[in-house]
Design a protein around this ligand. Structure first.
Ligand code: COA
Length: 529
């Protein structure tokens, strides 16, 4: 709760403590992703005189410019290393925002496992939706062979996406630093521009052993797919780099010559920083998500000048809606206040989303909802049709949507607030977020009631002891599966962020979405009134 001066009234200290503990856990996992294949493979890679994936990225982007890394915790909770053997993110090269996809050759030779494949496809989707030139930094053993069944068929999209991007007049570039074998050979094959590093890049459909097996022919690496051969003979390489640094320099020159123009409007340059202290964003979310918090405390710490013009403040007050500016870009904000969405909140949301579309203004959804209200009176009052109206509006809205999960994001509330399946351009979570079909205790309780009724219908006895054990087990499972790191591991968000970075991350995202035209719609289909 904020007083009239905007300062936070004494927030319980355990809010901050709990957030800092979660941030420390997050950092431990992020460090695993940075460590890639671990010291043994990192050292071997260095001894070969090669740069690591993150070092290649750092040299490629403009000096001192930020890199918005995406899905760093991909594969968390799976048997694959955290990070998914690939680094993806958005960086600025010669002033142009580009999507970068860099294989990490220290993890199983940079081969693509199922998590890495999903992460690469998500990066390509972001590039397509926001018109970002796509740069692959390639050094990969292709498909992770033991898991080929999970990647071979869906992974084909990787190559289709490249040519579709090109057809949409969004350039694609491959910088080949090492192996790019079999399916991987189509990364350069399908890209608009290809750079290969002499004596390092090896691009072939089949390496020497496979060729020997297939045709009996004896040929070495260089003859089959060396950079020199591709630059002089096959024509697959457009540029021959003398070393990795030279490949990066050539990559930057290619981007400099793209004559790139953003299609969305420019931001205002005279914007003010928030008046309220962003450090206090650590204090706002209660350690117990059942305790509500005021999202205005968040909004006024992330928007320009801390200025927020609330729309319909007296109606449907469990959902805050209003207009603001962030890093010079106008935005409309929808933020949950008391957690539950009622009919009036849903109607207010649908109207607000229409208004934003009418004036071509991007929308930001700040989640802390337990879903739509249930109960006799609410059903009779039409909660289903009003919730549907909000979900209709969010589904058909064509202005860019950004979502941040601050706290709870449960049930259809996750959908109405533009959850992952509703295609927000970006979705980030705070370490305090939780997402599931419903809360763990409620879910276990529902299962218990259903099981009890089923036993009664069969005339069987119901064991209270088994019921208690089942509830405890289910609650534990759902709690673990609702946690942001688990959901991030499954690629259900684009990353977990420190609340204090929210303004910066959203500012970068708003700049990115303005590469594409920002245009609203008035075609929402039939609203059930
Ligand atoms: N699938 C699964 N594991 C793979 C792999 C793949 N495609 N490519 C490499 N690995 C594993 C290796 O078995 C090795 O594992 P280990 O250290 O636990 O024994 C680890 O990754 C490192 O491989 P290594 O060969 O030592 O690395 P390298 O840097 O010397 O060579 C490659 C890298 C990619 C050139 C080489 O591993 C290779 O040719 N791989 C097969 C490529 C291929 O034919 N892919 C077909 C895909 S359709």
């Amino acid at each position: 709760m904020t007083d009239s001066a905007g300062t936070l009234e004494a927030a319980p200290p355990d809010n901050r403590d709990s957030m800092l503990t979660k941030l420390a856990e997050l950092r431990t996992e992020q460090e695993k992703a940075v460590a890639g294949g671990g010291p043994k493979y990192t050292e071997r890679h260095r001894k070969r005189g090669k740069l690591l994936a993150r070092e290649r990225i750092e040299l490629l982007i403009d000096e001192d410019s930020p890199f918005l890394e995406l899905s760093p915790l991909a594969a968390y909770g799976t048997s694959y290393p955290v990070g998914g053997s690939v680094v993806t993110g958005i960086g600025v090269i010669e002033g142009v925002e580009c999507m970068l996809i860099a294989s990490d050759p220290t993890v199983k030779g940079g081969s693509i496992n199922p998590s890495g494949m999903k992460k690469g496809l998500r990066a390509a989707e972001i590039a397509e939706q926001n018109r970002l030139p796509l740069i692959n930094l390639v050094e990969s053993g292709g498909a992770d062979l033991p898991t080929q069944k999970d990647i071979f068929i869906p992974g084909g999209k990787t190559f289709r996406n490249l040519t579709r991007s090109s057809a949409a007049r969004v350039p694609t570039i491959a910088l080949v630093f090492g192996s790019s074998t079999a399916g991987g050979a189509y990364l350069p094959g399908m890209s608009d521009y290809v750079v290969m590093v002499a004596e390092r890049a090896k691009v072939f459909l089949g390496g020497p052993p496979l060729v020997k097996m297939a045709t009996g022919e004896e040929a070495d690496d260089e003859e089959l797919g060396g950079a020199e051969m591709h630059a002089r003979t096959s024509g697959l390489a457009d540029y021959l780099a003398v070393d990795e640094q030279d490949a990066i320099r050539l990559g930057r020159r290619i981007v400099a010559r793209l004559n790139w123009r953003k299609h969305g409007p420019s931001p205002r340059s005279d914007y003010a920083e928030p008046v309220l202290d962003g450090e206090e964003l650590l204090d706002i979310v209660p350690s117990d998500l059942k305790v509500p918090f005021d999202p205005r405390d968040v909004i006024r710490r992330i928007v320009d000048g801390s200025e927020f013009d609330e729309f319909k403040p007296l109606y449907g007050s469990s959902l805050v809606t209003g207009w603001a500016q962030l890093h010079g870009y106008p935005i409309g904000i929808l933020a949950n206040a008391q957690g539950v969405l009622f009919s009036s909140e849903s109607q207010k949301a649908a109207q607000f989303i229409q208004l934003a579309n009418q004036i071509d203004t991007p929308l930001l959804f700040l989640h802390n909802t337990t879903g739509y209200m249930v109960g006799r009176d609410y059903e009779r009052g039409g909660i289903i049709k009003h919730g549907s109206m909000m979900i209709n509006a969010v589904s058909n809205s064509t202005v860019p949507h950004l979502s941040v999960l601050m706290g709870a994001s449960y049930g259809a509330g996750h959908y109405g607030m533009c959850g992952r399946a509703y295609d927000p351009r970006f979705l980030f979570a705070w370490p305090s977020a939780k997402s599931a079909v419903m809360g763990p205790a409620q879910l276990a309780g529902v299962l218990s009631i259903v099981a009890r009724a089923a036993a009664a219908a069969r005339g069987a006895e119901y064991s209270e002891e088994n019921d208690a054990a089942m509830r405890a087990m289910v609650e534990g499972q759902i709690e673990a599966e609702s946690m942001p790191m688990f959901l991030s591991g499954m690629l259900y968000d684009d990353g977990i962020i420190d609340p204090r970075d929210t303004r910066t991350v959203l500012g970068l995202c708003l700049s990115v979405v303005h590469n594409a035209p920002v245009r609203g719609t008035d075609a929402f289909g039939v609203f059930r009134m």
